[in-house]
Design a protein around this ligand. Structure first.
Ligand SMILES: Nc1ncnc2c1ncn2[C@@H]1O[C@H](COP(=O)(O)OP(=O)(O)OP(=O)(O)O)[C@@H](O)[C@H]1O
Length: 646
């Protein structure tokens, strides 16, 4: 099937990247694979369409609008990006339009970062690293740099690295954690690339021999030969091929994969939070939220340039919808004055976000992503279909918890490595991280900033709403969230806590409403049917469905007495058995919640719907004052109500 181009005048209308803004966000719709071409009928309609505005129009932003769904569909999901390359646009076009200006900037003293992200299989690697028959942007860039600097006394160093589960591995020499090597020619670069384009080697394969998912990066350092030993910083160009985004609930059957997915997604959110902060000129940029953002810090801020390549699957894929919605929001600027048409467009965008959870009717699912469509739909629906009225880009809010996830090795190195060193190949060590770990004191303040930004809805100063923290610390919070079923706690990223979003506009809701909400949550907990039935075991992995993993089965702790009692108790009816056991589960859940309230940090408390900054602080104060741990949720609520209504 030929991918139709609604407006083939892109090059004429939108004649070049706008590099005045720090972060440019463009889309790239992947070409069909051979298999997809075979499966798609000639007559099938494109799933993704790109509409362009005419730059000559006074009202035009020069951006493009991405929409999803068939032409005939009554609804259309629309998202704005700075530009979008379509299926037929190959890497050469992206290179000449996006990369060449960036190369010029780098050669004139700036740093640049090109970050490709998208759902799994959306063409990130093809675009950045290339394939056997098509050069990727990285290779083209190196060639161009060689060509432009052939008469200059320039040395080019490269580093290849991989970030797997928040650990950085150097791909050039696994025995040396930080390696940087000179590159003399394109063929030399190709040789080195083998470590990049090959399978991830940092960890063993999973039992199913699936390659581990990791982020891969290339750093190109360009330095004047005279400055190699000097103090002048090299100019840096980064390429990052992020691991594919996947709704982590889909992989939650397997704990390892869940952790993997969660970390991958957190990296993406960390990047998006940084991008948002940069594009909106936030005073503080939350670099510390992710390992990658810390590593790239020196290349992201200031006058440096960032290109976010949003890779899109050309066929129905819910993860792609989500990714594009993130990209679109990161494109928006919080400080901008909204024209009525822009507001209309934003409203439309948010309406479309709600639609993300709605299956696109009539589509034949031939994508791997599609396999999960139905389940994702219900999950997305939970996540998105709440009162998603807020259209402001201020919905983005940095993750708060990530700072603590950065490994201690990084912290330690931060302390000892403060100056950027630039070493030739022979020295073969410590050059990457030295640059990564600079400005640690600044990092600290930045991390503080993210904390400051994550103010609850109670704050009248209307800070940006928390947006992208869905994947945060699942190990700690997953149980509580899932078991207690707080309506909003499973909300994905930017769609979180939508009923609070109006607060941004009109100030805090009455405290009574918030307390009522907490109470309702507790009632919900009390009323909820316990889920202590054993889930059927999946004997055949090939028949894995998406049905059975998103509920964490609560377990009633059994004491010895219980065990003995259970052994001898004969229930007179199934109802009696059910009732008896379910009461135990309810008590267990309440106890879990109390344990949480007794031990959680402020940040953790604030993740519970209805507990904002003030309540979290107050709970901590109560905890300190109280001679013993909270024993009853109702008692605690009464005390809080008493205090807050005084
Ligand atoms: N422009 C294109 N034209 C045709 N096929 C493409 C194109 N881009 C990518 N592909 C093919 O699509 C498949 C997925 O591409 P790729 O591996 O680049 O995706 P990815 O986003 O990096 O995947 P992952 O999320 O697993 O890292 C590959 O088989 C690749 O050859």
């Amino acid at each position: 099937m030929a991918f139709s181009t609604p407006d083939s005048n892109r090059l004429k209308l939108n004649t070049g990247p706008r590099i005045s803004r720090r972060v440019r966000i463009v889309g790239k719709i992947r070409g069909f694979t051979d298999q997809e071409s075979e499966l798609s009928g000639r007559d099938s309609k494109p799933w993704v369409t790109v509409s362009r505005t005419n730059e000559n129009d006074s009202d035009s932003s020069g951006k493009v609008t991405i929409s999803f769904g068939d032409e005939g569909s009554s609804r259309k999901d629309k998202y704005e990006l700075d530009d979008c390359y379509e299926q037929d646009d190959d890497n050469d076009i992206i290179f000449s339009r996006e990369m060449k200006p960036l190369i010029s900037e780098v050669l004139s003293g700036r740093n640049a970062s090109i970050i490709a992200y998208g759902a799994r299989g959306s063409g990130k690697t093809h675009t950045i690293q290339g394939s056997a028959d098509k050069q990727g942007l990285a290779t083209m860039t190196i060639a161009e740099i060689f060509s432009q600097t052939k008469d200059a006394k320039i040395a080019i160093f490269v580093s290849f690295y991989e970030v797997f589960q928040d650990h950085v591995y150097d791909l050039l020499d696994p025995n040396h954690p930080e390696v940087q090597t000179t590159v003399d020619s394109i063929s030399h670069f190709h040789d080195l690339c083998a470590c990049w384009t090959g399978p991830c080697y940092s960890t063993p394969k999973t039992p199913l021999q699936m390659p581990k998912r990791s982020h891969k990066g290339l750093m190109i350092h360009i330095v004047s030969v005279d400055d190699i030993q000097g103090s002048k910083r090299p100019n840096v160009m980064n390429f990052v091929d992020l691991a594919g985004y996947e709704d982590s609930r889909r992989s939650s059957k397997d704990g390892t994969m869940l952790t993997e997915s969660t970390r991958i997604n957190k990296s993406l959110y960390a990047i998006m939070n940084v991008v948002y902060a940069l594009n909106t000129n936030e005073k503080r940029v939350p670099y510390r939220e992710g390992k990658l953002t810390r590593m790239l810090q020196e290349s992201l801020g200031g006058s440096n340039r960032v290109l976010l390549l949003t890779c899109l699957n050309p066929i129905l894929c819910q993860d792609t919808l989500y990714i594009v919605s993130l990209a679109s929001r990161a494109c928006q600027s919080a400080g901008q004055i909204l024209t009525s048409s822009a507001m209309k467009s934003k409203k439309q965008t948010n309406q479309q976000v709600r639609l993300m959870g709605t299956p696109l009717s009539g589509k034949k699912n031939n994508s791997a992503c599609n396999l999960s469509g139905r389940k994702l739909f219900s999950e997305r629906k939970t996540a998105i279909s709440k009162k998603d009225e807020v259209t402001s880009a201020r919905k983005f809010k940095p993750l708060s918890e990530n700072a603590s996830t950065i490994t201690s090795s990084f912290h330690k190195k931060d302390e000892v490595t403060s100056a950027r060193k630039f070493k030739p190949l022979s020295e073969n060590a410590s050059t990457i991280t030295s640059s990564f770990h600079k400005k640690t004191s600044q990092d600290k303040s930045n991390s503080d900033s993210s904390e400051a930004l994550i103010l609850s809805a109670e704050n009248d100063s209307s800070p940006p709403k928390k947006a992208m923290d869905l994947e945060a610390t699942p190990e700690v919070h997953c149980d509580i969230k899932e078991i207690i079923s707080f309506p909003d706690e499973d909300v994905v990223g930017i769609e979180k806590k939508n009923e609070y979003l109006n607060i941004d506009k009109v100030g805090s809701p009455p405290l009574s409403a918030r307390l009522r909400e907490i109470t309702n949550n507790l009632r919900l907990l009390e009323a909820s049917t316990p889920l202590n039935m054993l889930m059927p075991k999946q004997s055949d992995s090939s028949q894995e469905t998406l049905e059975s993993y998103d509920i964490i089965e609560p377990k009633t702790p059994k004491t010895e007495t219980d065990v003995r009692t259970l052994d001898i108790v004969k229930y007179s009816s199934p109802w009696e058995r059910f009732h008896t056991r379910s009461s135990g589960v309810k008590n267990c859940l309440v106890q879990e919640y109390l344990n949480f309230l007794n031990t959680a940090s402020k940040e953790e408390l604030r993740r519970i719907q209805g507990i904002g900054e003030k309540r979290a602080t107050y709970i901590l104060e109560l905890r300190e004052e109280s001679p013993e741990p909270f024993k009853s949720v109702n008692g605690l609520m009464r005390r809080m109500a008493g205090q807050l209504f005084i």
